[in-house]
Design a protein around this ligand. Sequence first.
Ligand code: ZN
Length: 272
Amino acid sequence: MEYTTIVNQNRRAFLKTLGCTCCVPFLLPSCTQVAITERNQLSIYPESVINQNAHNAYQNIKKESKLSINKLHNRQLNTVGTRITKAVQIYFENIGKKESLDNFDWEFILIEDDSLNAWCMPGGKIAFYTGILDITKNEDGMAAVMGHEIAHAVAKHSVERASQAVLFNIGSTILDSVLDGALSASRVDDYVVQLGINLPFGRLQESEADYLGLIFMTLAGYDNTASIGVWERMQEASKSRTPPEFLSTHPTPGNRIKKLQQWIPEINAKYT
Ligand SMILES: [Zn+2]
């Protein structure tokens, strides 16, 4: 039998097993639930691996980037980040989901760069670019973007994306490696370090990050209506110059502002 036939047969058997019982040791656990929204998500890529890759990539970025030395802005960023992550920690303890934050080591940096950009890598490694401060304007605005980025991390969207990639996107290469017993998978690692920075999340994940982000900033006592102003200014900025970096990895503001307006009363009633 030819090698490719064996691999294809193995792959079919592998996927069948996955679909039926999820009992392949490498892939356990295959499914998790996002806290608060309770959406089921694929989770076959190990969080420890993705976090380690993110940690390494973040260290490199810190070395290679020009970090802002503006004391006020750095203090604001750390205040907002710490306030929100502490509020999230307390809330998760109260709802019995404390363990889902066990692998986070939050860190916030401000990069001196005119790009309108901010991102969060898996495990809680966050960066804001000084350019986006024109959009956030004040601490509440900063909290809106911070809440959104923290939400991507807490909801483990990168683990989900990497898992989807393993299964559907670049799955054939990876599965061949798995089936050969040689998961070097450097291609996955390359992919993984891009997650949270250059690769857009899916629409569902964006919407979930908007929703959770609003909740998180509200829990921390920020004015969640500031999120609307942020997206309006982002929309305005996209008209007047090259599309903001942030929008290249995020869907355009469009109806997300409408959704935020719908969610705010509900969130205020439940989380303030
Ligand atoms: Zn996002």
